[in-house]
Design a protein around this ligand. Structure first.
Ligand code: S3P
Length: 175
């Protein structure tokens, strides 16, 4: 990227790490577009992520997700919020062009589960028993994929406006 303004920002991280809320906040401050993988997938499938998982299976969800990723990651002047599992899928990072600034929003499993519970049961992978244990194991297994992002920020203690400011500083190369 050589210090130039990135073509787009890609936000990655665990479920409920704030990708969508930070992305919307950042896009509005930059005057850029905002796109969210899950929102586009749901609009195209005509059903919710939970319904896709239960009716068509996770592999069909991942196929839809990959198509949407390919398309959204070519947009310019756009903040893109990926789904929490996308960075772990084979070939996902090959879709990320060099002029993309990727940021991992870091959150603990306990906080992710707390936030997800507040938002309601929209996430099939965070439903059911022993959710904190499962989230802990899942996050651990995903960390190598998330760490491929160019930058990482603490999304546990910073709120969306603060994170938007931090990302804008990273864009200017002032941090
Ligand atoms: C998933 C995360 C969800 C959604 C789907 C699967 C995952 O997105 O794509 O439920 O595998 O972590 P969010 O990260 O926006 O919750």
């Amino acid at each position: 990227m050589n210090g130039e303004v990135p073509g787009r920002i890609l936000l990655v991280g665990f479920m409920a790490s704030g990708k969508s809320s930070v992305g919307m906040e950042l896009a509005s401050r930059l005057g850029w577009g905002f796109e969210d993988f899950d929102t586009v997938i749901e609009a195209r499938a005509g059903k919710s992520v939970s319904q896709i998982f239960s009716e068509d299976g996770e592999s069909e969800f991942r196929r839809l997700e990959s198509d949407v990723a390919m398309e959204l990651l070519s947009r310019s002047e756009t903040v893109v919020a990926s789904g929490g599992g996308w960075p772990t899928q084979p070939g996902s990072w090959n879709m990320v062009m060099d002029d993309t600034m990727s940021v991992w929003l870091k959150v603990s499993p306990v906080e992710a589960v707390r936030r997800a519970a507040q938002e309601g049961s929209t996430r099939p992978l965070l439903n059911g028993a022993d959710v904190t244990d499962r989230a802990t194991a899942l996050l651990l297994s995903r960390e190598p994929a998330y760490s491929r992002a160019r930058h990482a920020l603490d999304s546990e203690h910073l709120d969306p406006p603060q994170l938007a400011v931090e990302i804008m500083k990273l864009m200017k190369g002032t941090t």
